[in-house]
Design a protein around this ligand. Structure first.
Ligand code: DGL
Length: 286
């Protein structure tokens, strides 16, 4: 049970939107959600006590996803965003069976947009081992045009380095994994599109941009996931303020929980989403 006032599970349009990730990566999705739906409240759970998911088995990730979704539902979440590619690949289908009436929005690497916008036909996808090995991702890959050259690179260690705000390791891994899928210049096979298929990776966008030639397009899924969440809530009449004429500053509140260290989440929020910062609370590991 979370140690803050409980809300009725049927809080309706006034209820918060639940968001979870293996850790702090979901902040990249939450930022886009707040921009798209500035009047909504959110509950964010960082499962940092169990990160990284990408190097664990599917059954473990499914069990964590069930537990975190149940926790968010108990808190009155009117929708749940699985802000983690690895958890989406392993668990979203099962979550939808368990909660057929709850809008459950997942994330997946932006392969379709990449296929539409590449000019050279060479695309690099960076993601966790769990995402790349999943049946869901393999299906997505098989749906792309056969003439595309799509290089999939698992990035062991990178989500952890971002989780620990370890700048030296972040720079090392970004450089290393780009080297694995290059060359990025002066070669007919140079990729012109980079897909960031893990929600931790857009948090260090500046690092990617500093390593890449300027013509390379970098894609992540924050904005499309926010759009999809907005659409789902609008369809079922659960948006707080559906008709905002133009973008406004987010005023909704975020309640923060973590299964890891509270100071760690507070530091990450201060770093990446300071405008939404607030006290973080511990969530029992199970
Ligand atoms: N942020 C997560 C994702 O999008 C996973 C990182 C991890 O825990 O390995 O896949």
């Amino acid at each position: 049970m979370l140690n803050s006032p409980l809300q009725a599970p049927d809080a309706g349009a006034s209820g918060p939107i639940g968001v979870f990730d293996s850790g702090i990566g979901g902040l990249s999705i939450l930022k886009a959600l707040r921009q798209r739906m500035p009047r909504e409240d959110f509950i964010y759970i960082a499962d940092s006590g169990h990160a990284p998911y990408g190097e664990r088995g599917d059954e473990f990730v499914r069990e964590r996803s069930r537990f975190l979704t149940q926790t968010l539902v108990d808190q009155g979440a009117k929708a749940v965003v699985v802000a983690c590619n690895t958890a989406t690949a392993a668990a979203v289908q099962e979550l939808r069976l368990h909660w057929p009436h709850l809008p459950l929005i997942g994330v997946e690497p932006a392969l379709k947009p990449a296929a539409l916008q590449t000019r050279t036909g060479h695309i690099t996808v960076l993601a966790t081992r769990g995402t790349l090995n999943s049946a869901k991702f393999q299906q997505l890959l098989a749906q792309q045009a056969p003439e595309l050259d799509i290089r999939c690179q698992p990035c062991d260690g990178l989500a952890d380095a971002i989780e620990n705000l370890d700048d030296r390791q972040i720079a090392h891994y970004c450089r290393h994994y780009l080297d694995q899928t290059g060359p990025w210049l002066n070669a007919p096979s140079a990729p012109d599109t980079l897909v960031l298929g893990c929600t931790h990776y857009p948090l260090v966008l500046q690092q990617w941009l500093s390593e890449l030639p300027p013509h390379v397009t970098v894609l992540d899924t924050g904005a499309p996931v926010a759009e999809q969440t907005h659409r789902r809530l609008l369809q079922i009449g659960q948006l707080r303020q559906p008709d905002l004429a133009e973008p406004v500053e987010p005023t909704g509140l975020v309640r923060w929980y973590t299964t890891g260290k509270v100071e760690h989440l507070e530091r990450a929020v201060q770093h990446w989403l300071p405008e939404a910062s607030g006290p973080c609370q511990p969530l029992p590991k199970r």
